[in-house]
Design a protein around this ligand. Sequence first.
Ligand code: GH3
Ligand code: MG
Ligand code: MG
Length: 343
Amino acid sequence: MIRALTPADIGNVQTLMTASADKLNAPRLCSSDNSILVADDSLVSRRLLEAVLRKWGFDVVLVSSGTEAWQVLQREDAPKLAILDWMMPGLSGPEVCSLVRENRASAAYTYIILLTSRNEKEDLIAGMEAGADDYLVKPFDNNELKVRLGPGRRIVELQSQLLAAQEALRVQATQDSLTGLWNRPTIHEILARELSRSVREEIPLGIIMGDLDHFKDVNDTHGHQAGDHVLREVAQRMGNSIRVYDAAGRYGGEEFLLILPGCDEESTLQTAERIRTQLTQFPIETGEGESLTITASFGGTALPRGVETSPETLIKLADTALYRAKQAGRNRSEFKPFNVAVS
Ligand code: GH3
Ligand code: MG
Ligand code: MG
């Protein structure tokens, strides 16, 4: 069964996409920070650079034109260091520089060294203005190239550390740390976004509030850690029971909110029952050698197509349905129809 994307999956999907792109397209790129792009139309120059760069431990990607260099540099796993010849067929080195600097699609920094056999000052100024970080005049000394690559490596490394830290913060800000589901502010944001999309595209939108039954007893009987274990497993099973374009969030302690774009009354209720069955049918390991069976109550509502409302109204309706499920004896799903007259 297809399950919904969790924030953690997004990274995996990106890795998979990168891996499959690698297989399909030549030249093969290395995603390690050791990779370097060399673009030069002279075969001799390419081979010389390749030999010396490999000796210094780089994974070298070789191309013979500016156009190919630009193609490679747009890829997600593009080398972050590039040595570009000035004069090349297609795009020139400085033209590739300008394109890289104008490209807002990638947050990573590409450190570019231009190679030139010219040494007139104006040309160099133009190259640096196009966005190059450094330049070397051909024929160059290998040691000079080596020391000039040092700052490039440091900048690329610092930049990737910065991006990793940003990504960690983003995950922390959107994900619930215990279950890996979206946290409350994020699932709220998703609801608001899906609501406007449903109105715009005239499709229904189902939402479900779920709450574990007598969960306090689970903690009291098995301990808080076992309770945490159960919450993680519940989140996992919920994720496995919904479609990729649905979203699941932890709304409160043992309370969950599910957003189901395109689902009408019938399919929302069916989904609630499917999740309830998944949670209650099989015992859950507590992580301490024990297993226990839980039950949960669900309340759903669905916005009919072409109707406008607020996220708060939908949540209130689902909450009312959940309250009814609790009142009626728990371990069940209730549905509160959307009353168009009071929307
Ligand atoms: P009801 O069927 O009416 O929902 O009963 P309940 O016991 O599930 O509801 P109540 O709101 O009284 O208690 C919720 C419990 O959920 C109490 C709280 O300790 C537990 N809980 C909330 N967040 C966490 C958590 O992060 N970890 C653990 N282990 N327990 C949690
Ligand atoms: Mg509860
Ligand atoms: Mg509760």
